[in-house]
Design a protein around this ligand. Structure first.
Ligand code: FES
Ligand code: FES
Length: 171
């Protein structure tokens, strides 16, 4: 099947799937062994999701599957097919940032920024799960996301701010 202007050589490992990402359907042919992370970054050019360890240990690759956070380096893209995938690129509404993106900026919750997309996506889920009752609880439920720059205090403060703002909005 021609893709991106070039002929894809079919092997027994290839599969046609439909990935639904940030509300858009992407029909792609891929090797069945492709991780969701590699499919997002290398096939769909959604490079906001970062590759850190590739082993499920750092959280840089966090995306939402039907609203639940997963480490996309540990998921096969083929198994994500029926699910609604949300990446960092899907959080803003046009020009309007997600409240947690705004809070990260206001709280200066990053240094190098490499972990930030994963932190924000995981933080969105953490808020939706209701795990924001205290800084300790936020740290506990965000413990799957490592920040090598050590911006944890600011990240926790940003999540607290956004949770407060979002809860006030929903009443
Ligand atoms: Fe997936 Fe580190 S790249 S957890
Ligand atoms: Fe650098 Fe988190 S801001 S790793």
């Amino acid at each position: 099947m021609p893709q991106g202007g070039r002929e894809v050589k079919r092997t027994s490992y290839q599969l046609d799937i439909l990935l639904r990402v940030n509300g858009t359907d992407y029909p792609i042919t891929l090797d069945t062994r492709t991780t969701l992370l590699d499919a997002l970054r290398e096939r769909l050019q959604l490079t906001g999701t970062k590759k850190g360890c590739g082993l499920g240990q750092c959280g840089a690759c966090t995306v939402l599957l039907d609203g639940k956070r997963v480490k996309s380096c540990l998921w096969l893209a083929a198994l994500a097919e029926p699910h609604e995938i949300t990446t960092i690129e899907g959080l803003a509404r046009g020009e309007e940032l997600h409240p947690l993106q705004t809070a990260f900026i206001e709280r200066d919750a990053f240094q190098c920024g490499y972990c930030t997309p994963g932190q924000i996506v995981a933080g969105v889920a953490c808020i939706a799960e209701g795990h924001t009752n205290s800084p300790h609880q936020i740290r506990e439920w965000m413990s799957g996301n490592i920040c090598r720059c050590g911006a944890y205090d600011h990240i926790v403060a940003a999540i607290e701010d956004a949770a407060r703002a979002m809860n006030a909005r929903t009443g």
